[in-house]
Design a protein. Structure first.
Length: 224
């Protein structure tokens, strides 16, 4: 059975590719996309603080506004079954002293007072000393964005395992995109910024060429 599971996972990775054109006539069933979103929700993050929000943009007018400031969505956005903008929390939200962090540890993680105090101290030291995240607003935002990519990876892998195509997207002007989302009242820029986006659906055509990757011995070094 373990062998079968491993084969299923690897088959999904071979199936997955950055889909450039989607079949506009095929829509992802609700239960399947709910499954994909659930893998994002259950994804790990540093200190378990979940510094993300997922905007599932199905409104066609909003999609066109996003497309106008996103060169990487020109072929995918019009026909994708589902389109997700992934937001990351900014320094105001993720700094060790923030209300978000305190409330999250107390209310979501439900940490007892002694563990909460110890966790806050470790988190402060991590930000100040280990990763030096407080040197700039951008440093801590980029760190939060790293966490969102874990969720993104889980979403596109989960999609591939049930035969759904996807395309992660970074091809956009962040400032312009954030203004668009802010004007649509979809983004509070005092708390969030755009990390990345992803389109989901069913491929219109088979990939034009086979998957290319370096061999394992070029990217893995064993230290024994």
């Amino acid at each position: 059975m373990v062998k079968d599971v491993k084969e299923q996972v690897l088959n999904a990775y071979h199936f997955r590719h950055a889909c450039k054109e989607f079949d506009a006539d095929r829509k992802i069933p609700k239960e399947d996309f709910d499954f994909i979103l659930e893998t994002a929700r259950l994804s790990p993050s540093s200190f378990g603080l979940e510094p993300w929000k997922f905007l599932v943009v199905q409104n066609r007018a909003v999609r066109e506004k996003i497309r106008s400031v996103s060169w990487g969505t020109q072929r995918q956005l019009p026909d994708a079954s589902h389109f997700v903008v992934i937001l990351a929390r900014n320094k105001h939200e993720m700094i060790y002293s923030s209300e978000y962090v305190s409330n999250f540890m107390k209310e979501v993680q439900q940490l007892p007072d002694d563990i909460y105090n110890d966790r806050k101290k470790k988190y402060e030291s991590f930000q100040k000393n280990d990763f030096k995240l407080l040197e700039s607003d951008r440093a801590i935002f980029d760190w939060a964005c790293k966490q969102t990519y874990i969720a993104l990876a889980n979403m596109i892998t989960a999609a591939a395992m049930i035969g759904i195509d996807s395309c992660p997207i970074e091809g956009f002007d962040r400032d312009q995109l954030e203004r668009v989302l802010e004007e649509e009242k979809l983004l509070d820029r005092t708390k969030f910024g755009v990390s990345c986006m992803a389109a989901f659906g069913y491929r219109k055509n088979a990939p034009s060429r086979p998957k290319t990757r370096q061999p394992l011995d070029k990217v893995v070094e064993w230290i024994e």
